[in-house]
Design a protein around this ligand. Structure first.
Ligand SMILES: Cc1cc2nc3c(=O)[nH]c(=O)nc-3n(C[C@H](O)[C@H](O)[C@H](O)COP(=O)(O)OP(=O)(O)OC[C@H]3O[C@@H](n4cnc5c(N)ncnc54)[C@H](O)[C@@H]3O)c2cc1C
Length: 434
């Protein structure tokens, strides 16, 4: 790893080349272009254990695509953009490495190969990983949809289980977690099995059950969205077990209990058990280095700066956390907003601005939270979403969802043609699914 040679200047180190990390690095570079002299003293380093940036909203498509030309390589090209391609015309240095820890006193981050990198400013954008909450058997028997390999693994597992089934038998799939990932995924699963049936001439019946602990699916979303999504899933024939918690799982069944009756256990037999019940932050700090909430997210102030566990110390002033890594309390609700790609991007930009302002000695910028538009695809060419006060549903919402992806690809590559090609490749593969 060519870390030390690249980093003889003062380093602004951004950990993670996901939505937040990329936005932060690109914004910082743009700001530095206004004061080019800064490049003499500072280097912008973007670190990730993977060499590509993943468009996660298309992952459920990857996990359920049935078309013949969707080899893992074709799929990867459709949803993953090489990090080097994104930063191609910039002065950002990309370093591929697995970060395992940090030494705040010596201002160093530590890699799995025992090398270290000194930082002047550190931005934590390492995202999150699946949380199983210690529920017996869930980790061992479920598959999670978090990264590209997971999606490809799910697709292969379902295919294998399908092939094992008799001509007109049923294939049972339990999805643990009725948040956006669980809801989108359950609806796509249905389309996947239908496509497999069409191709093979068989009549395997998909039995899909979504288990959600909250009283409704999509907890945290407004009542209209929840209602519309519930109607859609029910119309598709998907079973919803809301107000139910997964209590344990074994190799054949998922066991659930109602939140109001914690004694009686119901058994849901499964062929495939997908877990999308929650995430926790990827955390490289040991206890006591920076303030953290219970799921390992770094607590931040309104400047996206990490807080010191001891309020009298100021050890974290040069450390920022964004996206799934950050716990920022919305001053209006006193709650941490739902982790989304848009939130990570906006927080990344504010962190970049504040590093820049610190260097110039200007006052820091406050992160303000907006009601970001959202759209949730629910099987076929159908989605439900909200843009400001406007509710959208059906094909129009699905088209909006696709256009959001195109806009995002364009914004990170800054190359219309490349963005269009990548977007079209995805559309070609995945829309055959819908
Ligand atoms: C299946 C799925 C679908 C989703 N759909 C949507 C959607 O439709 N809309 C939406 O807004 N949000 C969606 N999300 C949520 C969204 O992906 C996250 O909120 C967003 O990615 C957070 O951005 P981030 O920058 O904090 O982290 P990430 O984008 O996850 O980036 C983290 C980066 O850190 C790297 N990394 C992790 N650990 C290490 C380490 N130890 N060393 C080095 N590098 C490391 C990873 O490789 C990764 O590149 C979805 C998530 C999933 C899993």
């Amino acid at each position: 790893m060519d870390i030390q040679r690249a980093m003889v200047k003062k380093n602004i180190v951004i950990l993670g080349a996901g939505f937040g990390g990329i936005a932060c690095a690109m914004k910082l570079e743009k700001l530095f272009q206004k004061k080019r002299a800064l490049f003499k003293d500072f280097a912008i380093a973007l670190i990730d254990k993977r060499n590509y940036h993943l468009y996660t909203p298309a992952l459920y498509d990857v996990a359920t695509t049935a078309v013949d030309d969707a080899s893992p390589l074709n799929i990867k090209k459709a949803v993953a953009t090489p990090t080097e391609e994104i930063i191609e015309h910039s002065r950002i240095k990309f370093v591929q490495g697995h970060v395992v820890g940090a030494n705040i006193t010596e201002k160093k981050i530590l890699f799995s190969d025992e090398t270290a990198l000194h930082y002047e400013y550190l931005v934590l954008a390492l995202g999150s990983e699946m949380a199983h909450f210690g529920i017996p058997g869930v980790k061992e028997h479920s598959i999670s949809l978090k990264w590209l390999d997971d999606a490809i693994h799910i697709r292969a597992t379902i295919r294998r289980k399908y092939e094992e089934k008799a001509h007109d038998s049923q294939l049972s799939m339990v999805v643990g977690g009725g948040g956006p990932t669980g809801v989108e995924f359950a609806a796509e699963l249905l389309g996947y099995i239908r496509k497999l049936n069409l191709k093979s001439g068989r009549a395997v019946r998909p039995i899909i059950t979504v288990v959600e602990g909250a009283p409704t699916i999509l907890p945290g979303f407004d009542a209209w969205t929840t209602r519309t999504a519930t109607k859609r899933l029910t119309a598709l024939g998907i079973f919803l077990k809301t107000g139910c918690l997964v209590s344990r799982a074994d190799e054949k069944a998922v066991f659930i209990k109602s939140s109001s009756d914690t004694v009686t256990e119901e058994q849901l037999p499964y062929d495939v058990f997908i877990w999308s019940g929650g995430v926790q932050a990827v955390n490289i700090f040991s206890a006591g280095q920076v303030a953290q909430e219970k799921r390992g997210k770094m607590e931040t102030d309104a400047y996206m700066t990490c807080l010191s566990p001891d309020k009298h110390l100021d050890v974290a002033r040069n450390i920022f956390a964004i996206g799934d890594n950050a716990c920022f309390y919305d001053p209006r609700t006193h709650r941490s907003p739902a982790a989304t790609a848009r939130l990570a991007i906006e927080q990344g930009k504010v962190a970049a601005e504040n590093v820049f302002r610190d260097i110039l000695g200007s006052p820091r910028k406050v992160f303000k939270i907006w009601r970001y538009p959202y759209v949730i695809p629910i099987g076929g060419k159908y989605a439900v979403g909200k843009i400001g006060p406007f509710k959208i549903e059906g094909l129009l919402a699905w088209v909006f969802h696709e256009l959001v992806e195109l806009y995002y690809l364009w914004s990170i590559t800054n190359d219309n043609w490349k963005a269009l090609k990548r977007w079209w490749r995805g559309l070609e593969i995945f829309s055959k699914n819908d």
